[in-house]
Design a protein around this ligand. Structure first.
Ligand SMILES: [Zn+2]
Length: 319
C-alpha cells in the first residue's frame, strides 16, 4: 500500500479522534461532558494556542474546574470529539477581559511555529480547534441577510437569528491543490519573495469554483510557471488551518520544460535534479518547508524514490 494514502499519514491528522457527530445534537449529553472533570478544553486567543515552554514545548489543556465559569456556558464551547476516553472541547477567549488568568498557565503561540514540537495527536486536535474557531469568527453574521447568527450543534452550525431567513451555516474548509511536478528525473520547485532565504517548495493554489481538482493543478502550474502538466495523480491531503485550507496533494508530469513566471506570486521557479538537491542542501543554499507540511512530504516522497540517502537524513546530516 502506498504509505501516503494512509488517512493519517500527514501531520495535523489524527488517528484517534472520534468526532461523535451525532452527539453534537444532544444538548444534555454535551452539558454533561462539559461538566465532566475528565474532559479537556483547549483555549485559543487570537487563534493562538496556549503552550508551556518547559521542560519542552507542550500544549496546555484545561479541565472545567480550572476555567472561569462564564466561559463554560454551552454557547461558547465547541465540542471536538473523543479520543482514548477523553472528550475534547475548545473555546475562544480572545474577548475574555482577564487574559492574565490564562497567562498564569502558559504563553500563547502560533500553532504553525510550535507544531513540530507537539505529539501528532495533539497537533491534530489543535489544528481542528484553530480551524473551527476561525470559521466562527468569520461567520458571526449571516451571509444571506446580514443579521447576527447564533451557535448550534455544539459549535458545528450557526443559524441566522432572523426568523424569516433562518439560514443554516456550516463550517467550511477551502480546497487548495499542491503538486510535485516532475520531468526526466527533475522536479519543479519555486519560491515566493516573502519566504525565508533559499527556501523552495512545490507549486500550490486554491481551487476555483467550477473546476475539478485536476484542472486546478493544471491551471495553477501553467499560470505560475508556464509549464504544462499531464498525468495528474492524487497523493495525499493535509488540513492546513492557516487559516482555513485543506491541502490536496498531487504528483503531475510536465509535458513542457520552459519556465515563464506568470502571475507575480513567485520570485523564482526552477528544475532540480536529485543531485542538484544533494549539492545545494549540503552547501546550505537550498531549504524546504518544515517536515510537518505536505509540501515537504511531496518533495521527500519524490526524492526518496531514487536516492541512497533519504531527504530528512540528508538535511539532518548537512546542518
Ligand atoms: Zn439571514
Amino acid at each position: 500500500m502506498n504509505k501516503f494514502l494512509n488517512p493519517t499519514f500527514n501531520f495535523f491528522t489524527s488517528g484517534k479522534l472520534n468526532r461523535l457527530s451525532v452527539k453534537r445534537l444532544d444538548n444534555e449529553w454535551i452539558r454533561n461532558k462539559i461538566e465532566d472533570e475528565t474532559s479537556k478544553f483547549i483555549v485559543l486567543s487570537n487563534l493562538k494556542i496556549l503552550v508551556q515552554e518547559k521542560p519542552v514545548i507542550h500544549a496546555v489543556f484545561f479541565s472545567i474546574k480550572d476555567l472561569p465559569e462564564e466561559l463554560t456556558v454551552r454557547e461558547k464551547v465547541i465540542f471536538l470529539g473523543e479520543a482514548s476516553g477523553v472528550n475534547y472541547f475548545c473555546l475562544d477567549i480572545t474577548s475574555f477581559p482577564d487574559v492574565n488568568y490564562f497567562l498564569g498557565f502558559g504563553i500563547f503561540k502560533e500553532l504553525r511555529s510550535v507544531a513540530h514540537f507537539l505529539d501528532r495527536e495533539v497537533g491534530a486536535v489543535l489544528a481542528y480547534a484553530r480551524a473551527i474557531i476561525n470559521w466562527h469568527n468569520n461567520h458571526q453574521y449571516c451571509g444571506v441577510c446580514g443579521r447576527p447568527t447564533f451557535v448550534a450543534e455544539a459549535g458545528h452550525k450557526r443559524v441566522c437569528s432572523n426568523s424569516e431567513c433562518a439560514t443554516e451555516h456550516f463550517p467550511r474548509t477551502d480546497p487548495a491543490v499542491i503538486m510535485l511536478v516532475e520531468k526526466n528525473g527533475k522536479c519543479l520547485l519555486a519560491r515566493q519573495a516573502k519566504w525565508p532565504q533559499d527556501q523552495y517548495s512545490t507549486i500550490a493554489g486554491f481551487v476555483e469554483p467550477g473546476e475539478s481538482l485536476e484542472q486546478a493543478v493544471q491551471r495553477e502550474v501553467l499560470e505560475e510557471t508556464g509549464v504544462y502538466v499531464e498525468q495528474i495523480k492524487y497523493h495525499s491531503s493535509q488540513p492546513w488551518p492557516f487559516p482555513a485550507a485543506i491541502m490536496l496533494g498531487f504528483r503531475a508530469t510536465a509535458v513542457t520544460e520552459n519556465i515563464k513566471l506568470g502571475d507575480y506570486e513567485l520570485e523564482d521557479a526552477n528544475w532540480f535534479s536529485r543531485q542538484d538537491i544533494v549539492e545545494q542542501v549540503k552547501k546550505g543554499t537550498l531549504r524546504f518547508p518544515p517536515p510537518i507540511s505536505i509540501s515537504f512530504r511531496l518533495i521527500q516522497d519524490w526524492f526518496d524514490e531514487d536516492s541512497p540517502v533519504g531527504l530528512e537524513e540528508l538535511i539532518r546530516s548537512s546542518k
